[in-house]
Design a protein around this ligand. Structure first.
Ligand SMILES: [Mn+2]
Length: 312
């Protein structure tokens, strides 16, 4: 049997870790393993350092079990969709299994299951279970589909091909509630998110002949709209569908005045490479990093713009 599955068999108490500001893939992957651990009659906890999890993701099986305090009694941790140790939002002392698909993954686990060919971390789990004859039940199939749907940008990503649709068909046959995922992940929005969109649309700036779209979101914008951090991302991604836009990035002020930068690209510009010059990472088409407090939004914007325009 697979080394990772063997280690899981030996555990008394496992903690599943979704990354900071979790998406449907990180939560979906943890959800899949949560079901699996219950079937194995293991004690299981689900940790996420972010307290305000996007409401639209709380339809995922077992998401009501997520806690923001780390269980010290766990003897095994499994990080899902975390490219680097700082994405965990916690210091982990016990053995760690790192399951991820980010090109920037730092293989920080004692065991690492990193597959860059997979479109989502949930796809890695699908393959692990399939190859080891582990049954995928409807709850698991739903969570696997959720990760695929979100990380492929609603099946619009360049990497989407017939093999992926064949996998989707299989998941539906296994009982995946794809309609529920489609509704919540693709369409559901809170009033706060809806209001923030209007602010972001109004304040968007275009550079390099309209090829780069830039969004700056201040703490004030967040307060007025009542949105949460992850609400910024859909507008950031939508901007790529403007005819001239090839790269979009967002600078979002955090409460401690550090700045979170998220980048998206639909062209040859590798935003993972740009993010890594700021010690961040991700994928060629979506990446991010954080700038320490003290740097002004405007000067951060100039710096990043310069790097992107050089690549265009
Ligand atoms: Mn992912």
């Amino acid at each position: 049997m697979n080394e990772i599955l063997t280690r899981i068999e030996q555990t008394q108490h496992v903690v599943l870790i979704s990354h900071l500001n979790p998406d449907a893939d990180s939560l979906g992957a943890a959800s899949v393993l949560y079901t699996h651990m219950l079937r194995l009659h293991k004690k299981v906890s689900w940790f996420c350092a972010t307290k305000n999890i996007d409401q639209k993701l709380l339809f995922l099986p077992w998401s009501e079990k997520i806690r923001s305090s780390f269980p010290t009694s766990a003897d095994l941790a499994i990080s899902l969709d975390c490219g680097s140790r700082d994405r965990l939002g916690v210091a982990v002392a016990c053995d760690l299994i790192n399951i991820d698909h980010h090109a920037s993954n730092e293989e920080f686990g004692k065991y690492n299951l990193v597959d860059l060919k997979c479109i989502s971390t949930t796809e890695i789990l699908y393959k692990l279970f399939r190859d080891n004859n582990i049954t995928i039940n409807p709850k698991m199939a739903t969570a696997i589909y959720a990760g695929l749907l979100d990380d492929s940008g609603g099946f619009l990503d360049e990497k989407v091909d017939g093999t992926l649709f064949a996998l989707v068909k299989e998941l539906i046959e296994m009982g995946a509630d794809y309609k529920l995922c489609n509704k919540y992940i693709m369409k559901y929005q809170t009033l706060g998110a809806f209001r923030l969109k209007a602010i972001m649309h109004k304040n968007m700036e275009l550079f390099c002949d309209g090829r780069v779209a830039v969004f700056c979101v201040t703490n004030e914008d967040m307060k007025i709209s009542g949105a949460i951090g992850s609400d910024c991302e859909s507008t950031l991604e939508e901007a790529l569908w403007l005819p001239s836009v090839e790269v979009s990035f967002l600078l979002k002020q955090n409460r401690d005045l550090s700045i979170k930068c998220s980048l998206r690209s639909s062209s040859k510009v590798d935003v993972n490479a740009i993010a890594s010059t700021f010690l961040g990472g991700g994928h060629a088409s979506r990446a991010g990093f954080t700038l320490e407090s003290g740097i002004a939004l405007e000067s951060a914007k100039e710096k990043i713009l310069k790097l992107i325009c050089k690549e265009l």
